[in-house]
Design a protein around this ligand. Structure first.
Ligand code: GDP
Length: 367
């Protein structure tokens, strides 16, 4: 409509018609541009060349739950397997606030200064709930994230702990094939995830803090038993004495533990991640450990056992997910739960009925 002030009776200024609002997106670009899907061969070639973007995309496939992605991912892993294994895999755990990210940042730089490449992966079971994980996050490892030889990847967030751990284990294979000869796997030392990490690494490092004198009480004995090295962080400022005291308490406690399967005696060391004090002491210990287990043959033995463990774990996990994703099983399970709760059927016969239903379904699929 013509503006009223442009009426010939009005002698003032002319009002020009405005410009319509412009689209905020580029009209010439149709749809979202996606990088074209690579073939298995292209993934493998890129990974073996150490191409970080191809590696990142392959890890995304590994983490994907889509069946088509999984099919490619499994083939890529299989082809990378012969090139994997040549790394030091180190698990790092500690309660939130223990200083894992601060320490990994400086440990990582220390490792890179000696040459080679480093991948930092994470297993965070809570990420399932919070959609996305903070562990292994780039923003938490400021120095390391600027290093071209460091590949930092947060925890995969989908699925059960078993599923998340398996994806991390598969990611290790890809990273090693891409030439990462140091692998850190980070986890929060509060639950089940340490067991998974322990079963995929060569050395398990437990980061502890000096507390108020009763530090040993808050620590799960199981985690301490898994540790190949215990390090007390924040040994700086007026905390030095307390950290040293905690270290001697840990040393005493370790005396009471049964010998480790490797016969290696776990060491206790104090350091400061923030002020970068004692980092070389921690790393000397880890070097000594690798020397020791390579000499005794435990290194190989443990890796073989882990390979077996992961085969069984994968079978377990896939059986379970197949079972619980079978619609007939789910429906029957719901009914049976009610019956068991109402004391109309025993847990054991109910379980048998549900399992029978699953096997019937399998046979039907076969026909
Ligand atoms: P995470 O939750 O285990 O990853 O712990 P962070 O690395 O985020 O550290 C938790 C807090 O402790 C941060 O405020 C750090 O700055 C601090 N911190 C970490 N390492 C040290 C250390 O060696 N000395 C001191 N004084 N503080 C530290």
């Amino acid at each position: 409509m013509e503006h009223p002030e442009n009426d010939s009776a009005y002698k003032g200024l002319q009002v020009n018609s405005g410009v319509g609002s412009q689209p905020i997106t580029n009209p010439y670009r149709k749809g979202r541009r996606r990088a074209p899907q690579l073939s298995v061969g292209e993934y493998v070639e890129g990974i073996l060349k150490g191409d970080v973007s191809v590696l990142g995309r392959a890890v995304t496939l590994v983490e994907s739950t889509a069946e088509s992605h999984q099919a490619i991912a499994q083939e890529v892993i299989e082809k990378c397997l012969p090139y994997s294994g040549k790394s030091r895999r180190i698990g790092i755990t500690g309660v939130p606030g223990a200083g894992k990210s601060t320490s990994i940042d400086v440990f990582g730089l220390h490792v890179l200064r000696r040459g080679g490449k480093l991948a930092v992966l994470a297993i965070d079971p809570s990420s399932e709930r919070t959609r996305g994980s903070i562990l292994g996050d780039k923003t938490r490892m400021e120095k390391l994230s600027q290093e071209k030889d460091a590949f930092i990847r947060p925890s995969p967030s989908a699925g059960s702990l078993g599923g998340v751990a398996r994806k991390t284990r598969e990611t290790i294979v890809l990273c090693e094939a891409a030439g990462y000869d140091n692998i850190f796997v980070e986890t929060v030392g509060v639950g089940q995830s340490e067991t998974s990490v322990h079963s995929m690494v060569d050395f398990f490092l437990l980061i502890q803090l000096a507390g108020t004198g009763d530090e040993l009480q808050g620590i799960k004995r199981g985690i301490m038993e898994m540790a190949d090295g215990i390090v007390i962080n924040k040994c700086d400022g007026d905390n030095v004495d307390r950290a040293k005291l905690a270290a001697s308490q840990f040393r005493n406690a370790l005396f009471l533990f049964p010998p480790t399967p490797s016969k290696w005696k776990p060491e206790v060391i104090t350091y400061s991640g923030y002020y970068e004090l004692g980092i070389d002491l921690v790393w000397d210990m880890i070097d000594r450990y690798f020397e020791y287990v390579q000499k005794t043959g435990y290194f190989e033995r443990k890796r073989n056992e882990q390979a077996k463990y992961w085969m069984i774990e994968t079978i377990d996990e896939q059986l379970r997910s197949n079972f619980y994703n079978t619609p007939a099983v789910r429906a029957l399970l719901e009914q049976k739960e009610l019956r068991v709760l109402n004391n109309e059927q025993s847990s054991f016969t109910a379980a048998k009925d549900v399992l029978d239903c699953y096997f019937r379904e399998l046979r039907r699929e076969d026909m």
